[in-house]
Design a protein around this ligand. Sequence first.
Ligand code: FES
Length: 416
Amino acid sequence: MSARDRGSLRAPDRNRGADLNRAARVPQSPANPSLGEQFSAASPAHRALVPIRFFFGLTFVYAGLDKFLDPTFFNPSAPTSITAQLQAFARVSPLAFMIKPTEPLAVPIGALIALAELAIGLGALSGLAFRLAAAGGAALSFLFFLTASWATHPYYFGADLPYAFGWLTLALAGTGGLFVPAFVGRLGTDEDAAIRRHGPAGVSAPAAFRPPRELDLAPSESRRLLVQTGVLGAASVILAGLTLPVRFLRSDDAAAASAAGSAGLAASSAAPAASVAPAGVVASAVPGGPTSAPRATAAAAAAPNALTVATTAQVDQQGAVRITVPASAPSSLPAGDPALVVKLKSGGYACFDAICTHAGCRVGWDPQNDIMLCPCHGAAYDPNNHAAVLQGPAPQPLLELPIVVDKATGTITLKA
Ligand code: FES
């Protein structure tokens, strides 16, 4: 028998052995059960968690996209920016000692939070690295509770703590195999790994060189998690990248909105503070931004009364003027806080601390409705009724600051 004949006779045996080897070490691909089959095969607990899983997933994807699409979120001078929010959190949060040093990094931190929200939401929806995504959702929600919701009393008015416990439940339960696409289920599994280790079907390494089966299986969970986390991260970055063109398209509108004071803030960007404010006035008609503080300090230094914060002419013209309570203010006043001096329907004037009593965001002025609005969660305050809450979730009125109006000079001064 020729060598060729011998080879042709042995070949079927070798291939059969390879197939057996492969069958022994490679798990069978799971069948692709229909959604109905998945649903009836899942436990009642996993079925019950489907609504919360998809609601949380969609909400986190929306929250992440919303941040990337909102040009004011990354604009440090906007009252809704991540910079303003971190500053507000630093006033009320027990994590203030950690937040303050991070304020210069507000923009990258905001981008990271938005990316994390996207990844968590996508993980919940697709089943990719599901438990890790849900644990991340729990951690992020708990962080929000300690910052954005910390000032909410009683605590059950805040949404972040329920989110944290909801995510924790999902992390503990897993998907139960429900609504997980087959390709997601296979990503990073033993099947993929075995193929990488041993080659495709029919090309088997000699037994002496094959790693034992336990080595095939041992790292599978961590490998699977790593692969799925990588895919999830890449998908989140791609999705965030897709928002860029929309963001640029909206940037002009946002710049206009920011100049006019977003969320309806009364502002006079056309009139620099120095040109409209008399000596000693620390008001800035420009919504609170990094440039307003130095102007205020310089003006205050030359002021006959450092607590003079605005003029009636400014307030009359705009309905409300944003000021900063001078750093030199006595302890009875919230030094450094943003505040609003408002023209009342009665013809008088009032001044309110502009820190929202819900979670510390900076409140703005809505000139259309003559109310003060919080851009974070929509709280509304009535200036004509001592900043009473018109609309929650703010639990109490804004702090009213005492003022003295000098009718002769038109100056408005905070009263110590
Ligand atoms: S911070 Fe939530 S409504 Fe103002």
